[in-house]
Design a protein around this ligand. Sequence first.
Ligand code: PEP
Ligand code: MN
Length: 495
Amino acid sequence: MPAENWTSTSWQEKHAAQAIVYPDEAKLESVLAKLKTLPPLVTPSEIERLRHQLAQVQRNEAFLLHAGDCAESFDACTHQNITAKIGLILSFSLILIWGARVPIVRIGRIAGQYAKPRSSPTEKIDGREIMSFRGDNVNGLHPDDRTPDPSRLLSAYWHSTATLNYVRGLLTSGFASLNSPRDWSLSHVRSSSLRKEFTEITSGLASALDFTRTIGLASGLEAVSYERGGTRGVLGEVDFYTSHEGLMLPYETALTRELPIPCATTPSIPVSRSASRSVSRTRMPSDEPQYTEPSRAHYNTSAHFLWIGDRTRQLDGAHVEYFRGIRNPIGVKVGPSMKGDELVTLLETINPDREDGRVTLITRYGADKIDAHLPEHILAVQASGHPVIWVCDPMHGNTQTTPAGIKTRHFGTIISELTSCLRIHAEQTSRLGGVSLEFTGEVDEQGFSVTECLGGSMELAEEELGLRYQSFCDPRLNFEQSLDVAFLVSNYFKN
Ligand code: PEP
Ligand code: MN
């Protein structure tokens, strides 16, 4: 059902946390007018397919992997980076499929994840108080380039388009089947018992994939993918969806379009072209052709999935108002400041019809806080009867700063929150439906991974953080550390 008293601009009556004030409003208006005319990046049928698959995650028939950069940058929009990112997501999901024996729904933080919320609107650099960097679609990282420039929104659209186009190209050219577990070097794993364990998993996985190829299935990944050897996926050989935080409401609105809900999923009402005919009349083969009036809905066509950040989820705020009216499946970040009854009111607001697959709760408390909050949140949601997917983001509550002033996260702390999350869900007869991670497969010219998070099987030390720290936002797990997480989660489900 369409949201009551909602328009794609009704959010403008509410307070928008983290809103950007543009000095040149006329330029902003002309950029938004242009964006409104540009083609959608994703289609309603792709969005509906994701809704359907998320409903399956909710019913424990699939597992969700949500992953990618904290923030994309325009400069990092290169074929190497995109290939590395997609490659890592595919490798990670293969390991999960192996352990959990369920299909994986893959949503990348990609093709639009540019805007960033900030704890402080300004920061001090070289004695100057300047506006904080708010992401490439707002201002520049360089201290002299911090004035918000509306043309960056158009640039964001073009970079999203280029990224998505390349991803579609990769996934329709056999890339997924090239990602073989045999190619994963495990030489970084310093502990020999862990290396033995990982090797057992990869060889089991490789044999299973060889088997599916031998019996004639085109791609091993496709065979164990969403459709289990069935039809092609959303962006090619496998299903892959895009997402970003829906932070910049003017941009999101410009790409929100009222479109027909694709027939296959629409419980549409048959309407005769002849006004005198009763709409409830049973259609007979000899009848004149019936015209089926499709239902229409507001789709955000900039990404398949959007989420509300922990800093912009105020019940009476502009973001919640915008999100309640769009048809896309949506995420909500849930941190330690969320109260149980507030969470239920939020669910009532964004999913009053209690539609399956509509809401994903992405919890991010911190390893030392999860026990104090998650049980209460699960109980409140269970008592309300709201259908949700629970996803663990073990990254955002566990950011720390080293004595040298480097923002990092420790692999052990990330695993600790993830493990607690799995345990708490089991204790509460709930179930974890997925993970949300910040990771990257990016490497430097010599092929070395980034060094932004501590620990993992490569035992990355504090003094090594400076070697290849490339994130200008939150620290990401590198390729090796990400596979460590995949092996751990995979093992959990296998045992
Ligand atoms: C993020 O996902 O990058 C982020 C800013 O998260 P949160 O809103 O949970 O802090
Ligand atoms: Mn982040």
